[in-house]
Design a protein around this ligand. Structure first.
Ligand code: F3S
Ligand code: F3S
Length: 108
């Protein structure tokens, strides 16, 4: 059984910080290294569910993601970071291919 990303994360989680260079919001709880929160808003990746499958990175036509190293995280030691969230064209390919359903796309 897979527990997907909370579809109501924008309501249920508070912004706790910013991603690399202020590129996107991070919603907590954030307690590194074991709890890393949800990274991104339009392209939201639940880092605590991501298992570093990588299908999202291969699927994205506009290269929204890169890898972020997350040593010590119990689910995986790297995550698909939505670093270029602002480039998303909302094709939803990433959301469809993630085997653990940890991506939620929301067109603003
Ligand atoms: Fe890429 Fe996913 Fe957007 S595949 S274009 S980040 S919906
Ligand atoms: Fe992670 Fe799912 Fe991508 S497990 S690396 S968000 S396909």
């Amino acid at each position: 059984m897979v527990t997907p990303i909370d579809p109501d994360f924008m309501k249920n989680r508070k912004v706790a910080g910013k991603g690399e260079g202020g590129a996107y919001d991070i919603r907590g709880p954030v307690e590194p290294p074991a709890k890393l929160g949800i990274h991104g808003t339009a392209v939201a990746v639940d880092y605590d569910l991501c298992i570093a499958d990588g299908a999202c990175i291969d699927a994205c036509p506009v290269n929204v993601f890169d890898w972020q190293e997350t040593p010590g995280h119990p689910a995986s030691t790297k995550k698909a970071r939505p670093i270029r969230e602002k480039d998303c064209i909302f094709c939803t390919a990433c959301e469809s291919v993630c085997p653990v359903l940890c991506i939620k796309i929301t067109q603003p």
